[in-house]
Ligand binder design. Sequence first.
Ligand code: PLP
Length: 449
Amino acid sequence: MLSNLATRDVETLIHPYTNLSTFRETGPLVLERGHGVWVYDSDGRPYLEGMAGLWCTALGYSNEELVEAASEQMSRLPFTHLFSGRSHDPAIELAETLKELMPIPTSKIFFTSSGSEANDTQVKLTWYLNNALGRPAKKKIISRIKGYHGVTVASASMTGLPANHADWDLPLPGFLHVGCPHHYRFAEAGETEEAFSQRLADELEALILREGPDTVAAFVAEPVMGAGGAIAPPSGYFEKIQAVLDRYDVRFIADEVICGFGRLGTWFGSEALGMRPDSLSFAKAVTSGYMPLGGVSIDEPLYKALVSQSAKLGTFGHGTTYSGHPVACAVALKTIEIYKRDRIVEGVAEKAPHFQARLSALAEHPIVGEARGIGLIGGLEIVADKNSKRQYDPKAGVAARCVAFAQAEGLIVRFLAGDRIAVCPPLVISPDEIDTLFDRLICALDRTE
Ligand code: PLP
């Protein structure tokens, strides 16, 4: 029996990433408020938010400083834009702050309102760049099976998940996918992580050669795959991939939408994993999820190309009404100030060994095949048989059931395709709360067994 609010919900809303054929029976979980790492439903029941919302509420809920920053900016100047040379101080200050923080040489920052728009911008800028450089055939974009880059037409084309392609008429032509760097699931028997990484790099090289290096513009990757399964890469992976990209003059775009701003115990995932991207996309934790904001870093060669295009074509024909929204920028500035002042990133590095120890201990559980992560992110895989790694029939929905049991235990974690469960709590979670999270997850696994 659905509550009044839940009934109104199913009568009126379409929910992203929800099975619309079964949703009317299950109904929504209606959340009403949050405090620290806890959220409360409309009946006042608390849940430990083990997913930081959607991998984003790094500073937890009810952070009054962020509320004040938003409120102050709303009162002062709730909206202006960056079109036609108009500007405002939060955007200028935030661009300066981000330029300083970027782990790669950065000339400028371009703001969007979401991760999808940031990645769409990356594709368009790559195409525009290669037109400016007089190599109009160099346009193909390579990403990975199980990579997640968003839902707009270009970013969904880069995404490597069936739900984003089947019957959506995607990916668009010119978007190619290489193998997923998930050692547990895709390595051959006895293959070391290094050998697996080399095989994936060889596969990338073979694809570039088959397509023709003159046609391949960019490779995009998340440092740790998020929605594809919370998958940490095998050792040596990015080093070997980087060598291939360098060989064929293929731009490297890091999708830092989840890993940016501390998730792996470094400001950006690229630093933790030794990546040297040409550009990176960010969103989510840049505002701790309190306001929609994303963006991309622009390196000097790309910036020069954009300027040369304007000299030829006139206006830079890209950007949305809310690119650099002043309230979102003000909240991002305060968020980054708090990250620095409260040593949030260092705090993640300090808490990560405890988090990872509790996570990897789950691999002992009879239905867990793998439990692995980096920093404060982890993924586990539910299996029917640990030795053979055989999975349950997907129709049985075993991992989804485990996530529902977790919710009944007062813990929010996320079910992902392939019977994977993601854990990605707010960065401000305390060691005791980490214990509560894993204790509740064990109860959920026991009930699922
Ligand atoms: N890139 C990554 C790595 C993501 O995890 C996401 C969202 O989860 C996106 C891009 C898309 O971001 P958004 O949902 O803000 O469009």
